[in-house]
Design a protein around this ligand. Sequence first.
Ligand code: ATP
Ligand code: MG
Ligand code: MG
Ligand code: MG
Length: 436
Amino acid sequence: MRLSRYFLPILKETPKEAEIVSHRLMLRAGMIRQQSAGIYAWLPLGHRVLNKIQRIVEEEQNRSGAVQLLMPTIQPADLWRESGRYDAYGKEMLRIEDRHEREMLFGPTNEEMITDIFRSYVRSYKDLPLNLYHIQWKFRDEVRPRFGVMRGREFLMKDAYSFDLDKERSTEAYRRMFVAYLRTFARMGLTAIPMKADTGPIGGDLSHEFIVLASTGESEVFLDKDILDLPIPGEDTDFDGDLSGIIEQWTTPYAATDEMHDEAAFGAVAEDKKVSARGIEVGHIFHFGTKYSEPMGAKVMTAEGKEVPVQMGSYGIGVSRLLGAIIEACHDDDGIIWPKEVAPFHVGLINMKAGSECDEVCESVYAELEKAGVEVLYDDRKTSAGQKFASMDLIGLPYQLVVGPRGLKTGEVEVKDRATGDREMLTPEAAVNKLI
Ligand code: ATP
Ligand code: MG
Ligand code: MG
Ligand code: MG
């Protein structure tokens, strides 16, 4: 992509309304624009990252055996009356009336709708286990939308729903999601810690929030440092096998949000391993049994010919919130430092003097990198080199390839690693090989 033909509205001024660094950097890097409180337009650079995050989420959901579909954003109120949540949900729900005066709503989540889909088609234990997920925009009329995409009103969520015959199998479904989440966040360069979360009136121990530590996080958390060193399950994890060992390992060290915090249990953690910090909830998994299947009549036939309400769980990931969480974790004074897997482009090619002998070298490395499938943002504009460096540091692509008149005198270009700041002078060919 040539920057001269792209749309990257970088802001020079630091926006006053942004209280935290990720929000400031997203605005300054031209990734998002607020259109109304907590409602954002995703500008091209932000949209690219959103897509990359979404792709990782999809790959890991699919790997774990979940099946993707897409439900609408607008839902009929009647479905929510069946579960009893239409009135209970309160002001966070955006209620809409259509031209026929039918009550509709913009979905804040999809338990009711997926249960309706399930009950319309599935009748037998033979069709289980089933886990259906979608990635769709949600709307919650938050009292205080803030911190940019971190607490939006319109936001992108991945929500999966599992259906099983009994509690034991439902627990297995829960474990598959637990492991998929560990992998998903790690692939994005994040340390997201599963923490015991409140199960409300349902009880049990099957609810975890996945929390990224950050001083700007809205949750207060307590943990045993040991959890930070646990290995992430590999790509070869057998999701049809027994995952209880992994869950056991990850739920042994103490880790809880303030709602579930137990001073006595935390007290048993070695003093030098105790961490109390703040964190961002990027995911939440929850087994809720028959909470929706019972009132909504989603039943399946057992092998013995008995009809039972299906056991369910739901599993959310804050896809758009993740951009904020990643930036909170990965930045410095000059801007964002994207982890490679989610970076909007892999390389920023800087032509220090457009209109000079630099052009030819830039065009050739640009063509070669593109041919090799490397995503390049080529700054071919006729602006100052200083401005180009500052913009590239701000938008945080993993590598910068700098072509300047001085280096070319000895036939060399510079490769800079954004994360470490390391610079290396190489021939254009060697630079291309390094970046492929
Ligand atoms: P929070 O405690 O932050 O309000 P929640 O517990 O209400 O979140 P869930 O219902 O568990 O949210 O939704 C699943 C995921 O969706 C959350 O873990 C979070 O990552 C994301 N999410 C929830 N609300 C928002 C929001 N207003 N803006 C962006 N992402 C959100
Ligand atoms: Mg909430
Ligand atoms: Mg929460
Ligand atoms: Mg939650």
